[in-house]
Design a protein. Structure first.
Length: 259
């Protein structure tokens, strides 16, 4: 079970073991990711919260499915994951980066017009990405031996991605991004493409388009404002790029009803 508590607090009891997760509200808000392994049949009881509203995303994955996903004939899960899944009520929590928060918001506010199988596939894709990011965070903290160089480069790329997501309104240059993660520009460019399958600047462009899409769908901003958010000087160029990315025009997304 994986919870992303975006705001408020969550209390529950499993097999007489109490858990309290608190993310706070307003300016003091500190979102929290909480992973919990329920390895046997258990009794779960949520405690009703009073006061601040609770905003959360909850993802559950059955153990047999996880085992098939992680284990192959020639490879077993790494020790941190193996130990975690071997203990009933093993738990791990951490403060999420911008990428996980963005994925959670995509689940809370999915794109309009996605229904049925496509809508379900979209939500599952975001959930799987969150699970992967969370396991990566746990492994980074609990590995006893120094991580391999490839793992270190992946963590650097994660930091680069989080920095980009938190600063989309800035003039993002490769030199600025590299200085923030403590790597050379050439290394960031090469490793980012290796790990995520897109160049740094393709990722920046995609995320600015996503910011514009969310503003159109959720806030109904004018198309010209959305073009500005995406970094385009001309609405026509923005509309062309938007339709290529989403298969819909900005006006169609702006005028659509929310699910």
């Amino acid at each position: 079970m994986l919870m992303i508590v975006l705001e408020g607090q969550q209390q529950f009891v499993i097999d007489d073991v109490p858990f309290r997760l608190e993310a706070g509200t307003g300016k003091r808000r500190m979102p929290l990711v909480f992973m919990l392994n329920v390895a046997q049949h258990s009794t779960l009881r949520f405690i009703t919260n009073s006061g601040a509203p609770l905003r959360k995303v909850m993802i559950a994955a059955p153990r047999p499915w996880l085992s098939r996903l992680m284990e192959t004939e020639d490879r077993l899960p790494t020790k941190p994951l193996h130990d975690f899944f071997a203990r009933h009520l093993a738990h791990f929590s951490f403060e999420p980066g911008q990428h996980i928060l963005q994925l959670a918001e995509k689940i809370v506010h999915p794109p309009p017009l996605l229904e049925g199988e496509l809508g379900s596939l979209y939500l599952r894709a975001q959930g799987l990405d969150i699970m992967w990011q969370s396991c990566l965070a746990m492994m980074a903290e609990e590995m006893e031996s120094p991580p391999a160089p490839s793992f270190l480069s992946l963590r650097a790329c994660e930091r680069a991605r989080d920095y980009i997501l938190g600063n989309l309104g800035k003039d993002l240059t490769i030199d600025l991004i590299a200085s923030e993660v403590g790597a050379s520009p050439s290394t960031v460019q090469r490793r980012f493409k290796e790990h995520f399958g897109v160049t740094v600047f393709d990722f920046v462009r995609e995320q600015r388009l996503e910011t514009a899409r969310a503003a159109l769908a959720n806030e109904r901003v004018p198309v010209g404002t959305a073009a500005y958010l995406a970094g385009y000087n001309h609405v026509s160029s923005f509309s062309t790029a938007f339709r290529k990315a989403y298969g819909l025009t900005p006006k169609q997304v702006r005028n659509s009803r929310q699910p």
